[in-house]
Design a protein around this ligand. Sequence first.
Ligand SMILES: C[S@@+](CC[C@H](N)C(=O)[O-])C[C@H]1O[C@@H](n2cnc3c(N)ncnc32)[C@H](O)[C@@H]1O
Length: 190
Amino acid sequence: MNRYETWFCGTPLWRWVTRRQVLPWILQGSQLGEHVLELGAGPGAATEELGRLAGRVTSLEYDHAFAAKLGVHLNGSNAAVIQGDAATLPFANGTFSSAIAILMLHHLRSNELQDRAFAETWRVLRPGGVFLAFEIQDGWLHRVGHIKSTFVPLAPASASARLTAAGFSKVTVDIQRGAYRIRALRSLES
Ligand SMILES: C[S@@+](CC[C@H](N)C(=O)[O-])C[C@H]1O[C@@H](n2cnc3c(N)ncnc32)[C@H](O)[C@@H]1O
């Protein structure tokens, strides 16, 4: 992440937008269940709200500094942070009732790593579990915002095929004002 992203993701404005707009939109019609996995928590804009909505939250964050700071903040709550990589999840098969990734997928450095993260997310979800994501579309503004950072945009048109290849079913993608949400299920039979 560059300085701009690090600053922006830690602002009260982004926390407010996440709580009031992003989460209600991506959670529409879905249940988080009792144990949610948050992928790429950053400074934690969504983490506490997820803790209010689910019995337990495990947040995975690649960056040591973010993970350490968020861990201190969440101490004593029903949320915990683990430093790790979304493409190699340090969890047993079928651990979580749901998984959520807000603005994390474009930070994975290649399509292959994104596909590996999809397969890993499918693996750690229980049968019947749901994967929800919020992403931004490609465009010059986002490219400028990611100078000296990672930006591997996931084309919404390809998301369904790629998640299906990773094992998911009933994949839906909805686009709204330059952003989009993904919902994908690990079927009960899998
Ligand atoms: C744009 S930030 C979004 C943070 C948070 N979800 C939010 O909405 O404020 C992307 C986050 O993904 C994290 N990240 C990048 N690569 C990752 C990986 N391979 N595994 C887990 N997290 C990763 C980054 O360190 C960063 O905190």
